[in-house]
Design a protein around this ligand. Structure first.
Ligand code: ATP
Length: 447
């Protein structure tokens, strides 16, 4: 019997703003690898989104991993085949493209590597750390330019998606159409969402009546369909009508829509720039609206007081933030922003979970009994005066009014169009999964 081994191949940073896409390279490699005798994929290709706040990402900070079983004697041939296509797809001449590829040939992923991936999803990791780990676990890596892509390539191998996960079917355009307007029948996308919800998510923006499946730019992606199972994204593919030829498609398993980038922090030293956090606290400063229509408020936690910002495009989240009052107990989720000059920290909000609402009590001056105009105070315990009638009311005191709250407890999430790839949308609540699928569906790629 032939000896078999398992190979994990991590890929990142092959593309540039001028075109290319690492998922496309993965799709081409799938086509080539399944033609190698006895190569058998042990999982869907993984599309792993890493820390969405890294300043040097091109778009969505995605990295890829292919995992397959193969006859051991073909190790060198397979690596050579993969490297040939990898080299062909690189945009190394473009500044900011720093490709990396990692090969790892052990069946099981060591805990240290899983931990590394978790860090790469939530924070910043260094190339030095990646290289040390590669040496320690006996993996092999190759990179170009500053080689930063090795970080993402390694992290993609270490994220085995044993926690929550989702799927995305990505369809690609023929090369002659790259750079032109993407032609997809919009109604068919709305129809698909109607038929398959809540099993599909983030494919349309109902508020703006727009489809979200087509990216912009010169890359080869025609569209991506997101859902809860390989079957459902395949069904979605059967419903969505493309008005241009599809060159190939692949189903990826992914951490998209799972909140994998968020982590609970319990100390000031954990509030690092570029990290995404979950913080529990009480509203300590009422929201104020700052140009241009952004909402800022503060919360006090057990270890700090910090500003939270809901920017204009966050839609419903911003509307909810505007209604918070001092004393509301909440959990905020978002990215830490550090002002370079002042070192002041702000959380750029993605979600607010309202745990309990405080009474909204406002204290106001009483009204004039003659003209109903709000009175002016004449000083502490000196009574009030009506500016219109000139009447004085020395015995009146301030009035307190309880304003009914329009907010409810529960989760408020940024609008679909401004959600990060990793943000878990409301539609996914209750659909979280665990574990790795043992059997792949029959047709998960073409060709
Ligand atoms: P695309 O989504 O089209 O693949 P991108 O947004 O993924 O593009 P890249 O061009 O891959 O952007 O650039 C991201 C770079 O950041 C990669 O080199 C990757 O290795 C690196 N990187 C990813 N996560 C981290 C992290 N947590 N810390 C440090 N570097 C990271």
């Amino acid at each position: 019997m032939t000896d078999t081994s398992v190979m994990h191949i991590g890929l990142d940073d092959t593309d540039s703003i001028n075109g290319g896409c690492t998922t496309y390279l993965a799709a081409v490699l799938v086509e080539k690898l399944v033609q190698v005798p006895a190569v058998h994929f042990i999982d869907y290709p993984a599309l792993i989104r890493l820390n969405p706040n890294v300043p040097w990402k091109t778009r969505g900070n995605g990295a890829l991993c292919l995992r397959f079983q193969y006859p051991t004697h073909l190790t060198d041939d397979i690596k050579q085949l993969v490297l040939t296509f990898w080299e062909q797809h690189l945009h190394t001449n473009v500044k900011g493209t720093n490709p990396g590829i990692v090969f790892y040939q052990q069946k099981n992923i060591p805990q240290e590597l899983t931990d590394f991936s978790r860090q790469a999803e939530t924070c910043i990791v260094t190339l030095n750390k990646a290289v040390k780990l590669i040496r320690k676990i006996g993996a092999e890596a190759l990179g170009y330019n500053n080689c930063r892509g090795i970080i993402g390539a390694l992290a993609a191998i270490g994220e085995t998606l044993t926690g929550d996960y989702t799927y995305e079917l990505i369809a690609y355009r023929t090369a002659t159409n790259w750079g032109t307007k993407r032609l997809v029948d919009k109604d068919s996308v709305f129809n698909m969402d109607q038929l398959l919800q809540p099993q599909v998510f983030n494919n349309i923006d109902n508020e703006k009546n727009r489809i979200l499946i087509t990216p912009r730019g010169f890359d080869p992606v025609l569209f991506g369909l997101r859902g809860e199972s390989a079957d459902v994204v395949k069904r979605a593919f059967g419903i969505v009508k493309s008005l241009e030829p599809v060159e190939r498609w692949v189903i990826f398993r992914s951490n998209q829509g799972t909140d994998a980038h968020l982590r609970q922090v319990d100390g000031l030293n954990k509030l690092e720039r570029y990290c995404s956090v979950i913080l529990k606290g009480v509203v300590s400063k009422n929201p104020k609206i700052v140009p241009v229509r952004h909402v800022i408020f503060s919360i006090k936690t057990s270890f700090c007081e910090i500003d939270c910002a809901a920017y204009e495009p966050t839609g419903d989240l911003r509307k909810a933030a505007r209604e918070l009052v001092i004393g509301d107990s909440i959990e905020v989720m978002g990215a830490i922003h550090k002002d370079v000059k002042t070192k002041f920290l702000t959380i750029n909000l993605e979600k607010i979970n309202i745990l309990s609402l405080n009474q909204n009590v406002v204290t106001q001056n009483p009204r004039c009994s003659a003209c109903a105009k709000r009175l002016k105070s004449m000083g502490k315990q000196q009574g009030f005066r009506c500016e219109k009638c000139g009447e004085k009311f020395v015995s009146l005191t301030k009035q307190t009014t309880v304003i009914p709250r329009v907010l409810h407890t529960g989760l408020y999430v940024t609008s679909t169009r401004s959600q990060r790839h990793l943000t878990k949308p409301l539609r996914r609540l209750g659909q979280e999964k665990r574990g790795v699928p043992v059997i792949l569906i029959d047709d998960w790629h073409s060709p």
